[in-house]
Design a protein around this ligand. Structure first.
Ligand code: ZN
Length: 159
């Protein structure tokens, strides 16, 4: 198999994964027991979401949920986020935020992640780094996560 073929197949696989998460978002819905919540808005595309987190006394994220509406990338990214950060410590979740947003905004998929961060589950989002207008769709949920965890603001915006 040639290099091109395998990378095209990988892209198809990732496209399928994005569409699957967009059609059937994981952990969709409000968390009644949320300890942290924030709203995120990407005015450029019209994506809107609210993220709910339950953080226990040991600073571990024990439950994640979101609701909202927007394009496939924004919904899939939020869905992937809920799976990636559940059962992480708040510190590790913030490391994920920093690593992923850096990688997507600097259009460099080879930026190494910190030791405790495994971005492999989020590889499907790497494709958007080639499309600057979609980067904000993909990072919206992560900015919202950061806002919820730091509680600096209740509304995160990509602008
Ligand atoms: Zn969007």
């Amino acid at each position: 198999m040639s290099e091109d073929q395998s990378s095209a197949e990988l892209q198809d696989l990732y496209r399928e994964l994005i569409l699957d998460h967009a059609r059937k978002p994981r952990n969709f819905g409000r968390l009644n027991e949320a300890t942290h919540t924030a709203e995120g808005i990407n005015p450029l595309c019209g994506d809107k979401l609210r993220l709910y987190l339950h953080v226990n006394s040991g600073n571990m994220i024990t439950d994640v949920g979101f609701e909202g509406s927007g394009c496939a990338i924004s919904m899939a990214s939020a869905s992937l986020l809920t799976e990636a950060v559940n059962n992480l410590s708040v510190v590790d979740a913030n490391s994920y935020f920093a690593s992923l947003t850096t990688r997507l905004t600097q259009q460099d998929n080879d930026i190494p992640a910190p030791e405790n961060v495994d971005l492999s589950k989020l590889r499907a989002l790497d494709g958007v780094s080639q499309h600057p207008t979609r980067v904000k769709c993909a990072t919206l949920a992560w900015h919202t996560l950061h806002a919820a965890l730091t509680q600096t603001t209740s509304i995160a915006t990509t602008e």
